[in-house]
Design a protein around this ligand. Sequence first.
Ligand SMILES: Cc1ncc(COP(=O)(O)O)c(C=O)c1O
Length: 398
Amino acid sequence: MSMLYLDNAATTPVRPEVLEAMMPYLTRWYGNPSSHHTVGEAAADALGEARARVARVLGLRAGDIVFTSGGTEANNLAIKGIAIAAALRRADGAPRRADAAHAHGGTHIVTTPIEHESVLESVAYLERVHGFAATRVPVDADARVSAEAVARSLRDDTVLVSIGYANNEVGTVQDAAAIAAALRERRVPLHLDAVQAAGWLPLSAAELGYDAISLAGHKLGAPKGTGVLGIRGRVPLEPLLHGGGQERGRRSGTEDVAGAIGFATALELAEAERVEASARVGTIRDRFIARVLEHVPSARLTGDPVHRLAGTASFTFAGTSGEAVLLELERRGVVSSSGSACAAGSDEPSHVLLAMGIAPGVAQTAVRFTFPRWLNAPLDAVADAVEASVAAVSAPRR
Ligand SMILES: Cc1ncc(COP(=O)(O)O)c(C=O)c1O
């Protein structure tokens, strides 16, 4: 078997269409969008076009789109930016815009224990440095969080709820629309980390009811270093990067024009293909999961069997070591991962699996397969490689 890359939740290759769309803005229209001459104006036009195209996919206004360096920055900006703006309003004594929705002050944040580190660490920073309190709403054994539990966690001083739309380690999808509906009456803004959801799930702001959404280009066939925070204009946001006031003062620094074009192109392609790709890949995923569960006695599926990303199959193989299984798989031509690429190299069991109630010793046997959107053939040979790899590293039966 030649090499098969099944770690697409970690990152994806740049799509040829994306690279082609970017090239003119790297070499020919290379201006600084803030420059007041024709070279700069051409770049500003391109940036504006990219912004409008991203906004169209999300169902937001062009002015709601902030280009960032990726998912980590988008999450940091959403969480710290919204929270610090709200804390400042409280320090002022009165809401700055009493008429505006989502403008009450306070220092309480709600999230879950299964979020990506860029969310968890941003929240921890607010607790440590800015005196915030945080509630981490527990998830069930399938990594689902209930909208009712989120609603129950709200306080009068809650200024933000940040939830991962789809989990990067186990692929569980949350009912974002139900969570948004539960928050609406309380006028608490919802931030969705949609980094893993993009390309698989609907992103429409009208459908989902979020106030802010994080996306990363490199999970979608755009280059690393590109990302977006979509944030409704009514939500006050304190910037993290101060300087020339680009991105309407929300993110200073000369914009990555080619990156913005690449991001817009990748997002449009992924959205156009989304419904068909999810159905096609979901069918392949289900057959793969069934085959692994049938052929590997120690295999347990992690995450929700139904509410899960079409491109994610994740397991534990009790009695093995996840790292050893990965090495065996790679020898057989299958590249996969133990979960989050960010946690790779660490021996700590995954915080996601622990929060789902999986024992630390079992959590250390996790292996995650994340599929490309173009996948179009059954993965029986990969399931066979899993069977052989697990057998190779399992303690011999007595
Ligand atoms: C759910 C989720 N959020 C955020 C990120 C961070 O995105 P980036 O790698 O673009 O910083 C990732 C990356 O793995 C992720 O899976």
